[in-house]
Design a protein around this ligand. Structure first.
Ligand SMILES: [Zn+2]
Length: 208
């Protein structure tokens, strides 16, 4: 676990290089990362159309990104929350504007095991308040299931939640099968909302 203060970070969250000892430190614009890792995590927002739905994304989900997520989510390297959406907070805020932000939920069991909510926390550090108002009905692990069974996993709105704007931004960190995002998208549309999709990283199979 890193030493961590939310206001001023002395070391790069990724590689722990002291931030004030770097050459060109005057170029650092990121509060939490060294130049090298800031560059790695800086990417313009792009769009991909999946099943006729336009989804905003920043990265292709590849090895380095996967290891960052693993460290953050499974090894509970919580201060890495500043490496997920934070480098893209300006683009994110442009997408969101004054719309409600709804997250694709992870299973209750997983969140309880982790003891924190990785997606919500990575948005919170950007000053973005997200709503965890959808719930997954089937909690079993998606990866262990066949394709037909995966499609049976579905979502519902929680019993009470605040009023949402007509247009909502639906956010997830990684889009792999796309199943969860699309199911949540369907659900929000069935409630009369116009949905704008946004993920940090997307599986390369969707980009071919
Ligand atoms: Zn670094």
């Amino acid at each position: 676990m890193h030493p961590y203060t939310p206001k001023r970070q002395c070391h790069c969250l990724w590689c722990l290089v002291p931030l004030d000892k770097q050459d060109f430190s005057f170029l650092i614009r990121h509060d939490y990362l060294c130049c090298e890792h800031e560059q790695f995590l800086t990417s313009k927002v792009k769009q991909v159309s999946i099943k006729d739905r336009d989804i905003n994304y920043f990265f292709e989900y590849e090895h380095t990104m996967a290891s960052l997520f693993f460290r953050y989510k499974e090894h509970k390297d919580i201060p890495l929350c500043g490496c997920i959406f934070y480098p893209h907070r300006k683009d994110l805020k442009t997408i969101i504007q004054d719309r409600s932000v709804v997250i694709v939920p992870s299973s209750v069991t997983k969140t309880q095991l982790r003891g924190f909510h990785p997606l919500q926390l990575s948005l919170e550090i950007c000053g973005i308040k997200s709503l965890d108002i959808l719930e997954k009905i089937d909690n079993s692990d998606q990866k262990k299931k066949g394709k037909a069974q995966r499609n049976l996993t579905y979502f519902r709105m929680k019993s009470s939640y605040p009023t949402l704007t007509h247009e909502v931004v639906l956010i997830d960190d990684v889009l792999t099968t796309g199943n969860s995002l699309m199911r949540c998208w369907d659900l929000l549309e069935s409630q009369g909302h116009h949905v704008i999709g946004c993920v940090l990283a997307i599986n390369s199979s969707w980009l071919m």
